[in-house]
Design a protein around this ligand. Structure first.
Ligand code: SF4
Ligand code: SF4
Length: 461
């Protein structure tokens, strides 16, 4: 069931981002007509879709975008918008609210100078921050989406301060992935071993955010497991872990020309199930069903192929791994992998070996190199996981913050026996605290909506 759909309704864009994976700018020659879009909306509703996020390019550059949004809302689906916000005026935001748009994520990729440089348009940072305030004033929940790369990584704490002050309620962070314009500008890409610093820093910001009712949401590209995993992967207070790529299972992407893909970020060369002008959404889903991570027979390569978590994870985000070597099942941007290798004095780097063609969602080619601390190349055979993979579901170790298989007697990470009783039940404490935080947040929101006093005074600040 395509529960979450991300829909590029036009490729037209008024920004010139140096990391744009779809190389947006001009509209596609054969974008769907209004009637064709409305038909797609009805098919998605019938297929069980609950949430559609409109993207571009810039979705609002399509004249009929509000008509499409209104039909999504009319059929009972949640309608969101992801935008760079350069031309997202107060009037457009009010019209979006009237049409039924209930979440808007604004891209902020750095403080003013860096953002304007990355987005290729002076003034675009100030417009994005202004839009966050307007979205909040109009009554839509404002979020922020930030790409993490070598340039923005040092600014993450400052971006956190800036967007919380502007009124953002959540922050989706994701890696700049080697696709489209980002391949041309590959010096900005993070090296895989830097994922350790990224995740450690983000986890700190996650806890800071939790204390003020602000959610830091690690995107699917931010990989996986390790000591922070039980804290931040769930959208609710339930403690959970990364469960693997859902492309073609519960996630679906649409391009403006009607191409139906298993995920909006993936190239159609490998992950398209047809075009809406010639196949129905149901047929496209059937065409994609044998290409999901759980059904494609991929056994993984290098560290991922040997990984303790393979049965659950299967190489993390398909997008991140596919863009490196044109196939999935080997993802070096993983916290568990990078920390395991670092303990042995090893790290991984990517090296570009081929550019990407000048077309939307184009991929280049990269080599993933295993190195020793002195920079010398190490053989792949010493860069595998040495923990034996077990069957069984994942449970949280009672002594450390790592996930282990329920089939283990001892935690493979800290050695504690599975039935060890923790001195202080930190897991329970965390769950209780998160529930309290959430109840307080809902309480404040209800008071805000009802216009009653107390919305501010009950804040944990
Ligand atoms: S090493 Fe690969 S399979 Fe293991 S957790 Fe990381 S991404 Fe997933
Ligand atoms: S490819 Fe990545 S972004 Fe797309 S559904 Fe899979 S995990 Fe999510």
């Amino acid at each position: 069931m395509p529960v979450h759909v991300v829909w590029e309704i036009t490729l037209a864009c008024n920004l010139k981002c140096g990391h744009c994976g779809s190389r947006a700018g001009k509209r596609r020659a054969n974008e769907l007509s209004t009637l064709e879009c409305l038909d797609v909306v009805r098919q998605l509703a019938a297929a069980g879709t609950r949430e559609i996020t409109l993207i571009g390019g810039e979705a609002y550059l399509r004249r009929d975008w509000l008509e499409i949004a209104a039909e999504i809302a009319r059929l009972g689906m949640h309608c969101g918008l992801q935008t760079g916000a350069r031309g997202l005026t107060r009037e457009r935001i009010e019209a979006a609210y009237a049409a039924g748009v209930r979440a808007i994520g604004v891209s902020v990729d750095g403080l003013r100078d860096l953002h304007d440089r990355l987005r290729g348009v002076p003034g675009s940072h100030d417009q994005a921050i202004r839009a966050i305030r307007d979205i909040s004033d109009v009554g839509i929940e404002p979020g922020v989406n930030t790409q993490i790369n070598a340039l923005s990584m040092p600014q993450l704490p400052l971006i956190f301060d800036e967007i919380t002050a502007a009124g953002a309620k959540y922050w989706q962070v994701q890696l700049t992935v080697a696709m489209g314009n980002a391949v041309d500008n590959s010096a900005m890409l993070l090296q895989p071993h830097q994922i350790i610093d990224v995740v450690d820093n983000l986890a700190e910001l996650y806890h800071r955010g939790r204390d003020i009712g602000f959610r830091v949401l690690p995107g699917n590209s931010i990989g996986y497991f390790g000591r922070h995993e039980p804290h931040w992967r769930s959208l609710s207070s339930e403690i959970t872990h990364w469960e693997g790529c859902t492309a073609g299972e519960t996630t679906l992407g649409l391009e403006a020309d009607g191409t139906i893909k298993s995920c909006p970020s993936l190239p159609k060369s490998h992950y398209a199930g047809g075009e809406s002008r010639s196949v129905s959404i149901d047929e496209a889903l059937r065409n994609l069903s044998h290409r999901t991570v759980r059904r494609d027979g991929n056994r993984g390569r290098s560290f991922c192929g040997s990984c303790y978590y393979w049965n659950t994870c299967r190489g993390g985000c398909t997008w991140v791994s596919h863009v490196l070597e044109s196939r999935r099942g080997d993802n070096p941007y993983c916290y568990y992998r990078a920390t395991t290798l670092a303990r042995r004095g090893l790290r991984e780097k990517i090296v570009k070996v081929a550019d990407a063609p000048d077309e939307p969602f184009a991929v280049g080619r990269f080599k993933v190199r295993l190195e020793r601390a002195d920079g010398s190349i190490a053989p792949r055979s010493i860069g595998l996981d040495d923990k034996r993979r077990k069957r069984g579901r994942l449970i949280l170790c009672p002594s450390c913050d790592e996930y282990m298989s329920s089939a283990e007697r001892q935690c493979p990470h800290c050695g504690a026996a599975k039935d060890t009783k923790p001195a202080v039940d930190e897991t329970l404490q965390r769950a209780v605290q998160m529930s309290i935080d959430e109840m307080e947040r809902h309480g404040r929101r209800i008071l805000e909506i009802a216009g009653l006093p107390g919305a501010e005074t009950s804040s944990p600040e």
